[in-house]
Design a protein. Structure first.
Length: 106
């Protein structure tokens, strides 16, 4: 698997990906890069503006950050971007669909 975060446009042009997936480890890695700090700050600001406990705000900020990175991917990769959700929801259809709906609304 190739990460787009550190990849230059020439490599993307060679492989011509048609879709992509975000996952927490790639988001963490990209979040530490200087060029993505505005996205991180935007997600933090969003989380802080939300109601709920600190844990709720952090969770909402992380969801928003995943959506922001997915949007960045769509600038260079046509097609779709899938976002990995918490593996604990794997066998919980109701909550998986609820989480997906929340991400789509962002």
């Amino acid at each position: 698997m190739t990460s787009l975060w550190g990849t230059d446009s020439a490599t993307i042009n060679i492989y011509k990906p048609t879709d992509a997936t975000t996952n927490p480890s790639l988001i963490l890695s990209a979040s530490s890069m200087e060029r993505y700090q505005p996205l991180v700050q935007k997600a933090v600001d969003y989380g802080m503006s939300q109601k709920g406990s600190l844990n709720d705000q952090v969770s909402k900020a992380m969801d928003y950050l995943c959506v922001l990175f997915g949007s960045e991917i769509l600038k260079v990769v046509p097609g779709r971007v899938s976002t990995e959700i918490d593996a604990r929801l794997s066998f919980d259809t109701k909550n998986s669909v609820e989480k997906a709906s929340k991400l789509i609304k962002l």
